[in-house]
Design a protein. Sequence first.
Length: 242
Amino acid sequence: MKVTRILAALTLVAGFAGVAHAQNGCARLSWGAANCATWTENQAYTGPAVYTLSYSMFGVSASNVGHDSQLRIRHLSGPPPSSAVPDSWRFDDSGCQTASQLALNETGSKTCPAMKGANSLAITQYAIDVDGSAFLRLAVTYDTFSPVAATRYVAWNVLFDHTFSSVGPTPPDNSTCGGAELCENFSLDFAQILASTGTAIPLPGCDTDPSLPGVLATWNGGCAQPVATTPATWGKLKGMYH
């Protein structure tokens, strides 16, 4: 029964009838447990601890049977340009942290309830992409739920356990996971509500950083896009000495 329902949910998430062109609500990433009151864009690393990233939705009025999103984490560096996250953000099964240091829940509060109907089924995956960035797939299906547009709802709470994270390179014995002091950018590859009408409704970001296009939350101030070096020409070099 459980396997059948999981397969049905995967089919629902992957093959919804279409994408609605009209936007209905927006998505926010903010640091702090169930942080619905304000947008806290940045989180600085202050030592080994559990850091919570709250993912919420606002302005959604369409009755829905689930939502599906993909969170992206990038550490931009270079040259050469790279998006690879350090070991402190390797919460994948084969990474330094391993999946045991990552926890997910959809718990809301009285003022910020969960965007979820009854009989929910979550499908999640944290993995490293080909460019070295990390992505977290967050999908959940449930019985029909009718939200109120004026209410902000918790979609997910993502708990990053940095108990074993450390500043600087990872030591040879892998006793800690290095790079916790480095900058990271958090964005959403996509965020959509699975409407009960059979369409997927995309959600834009509620709050974004104008200096970091597409970035919804940052770690240690966020990473600016690396500037590619321009090879110096002989004429330019000669001009430096005149």
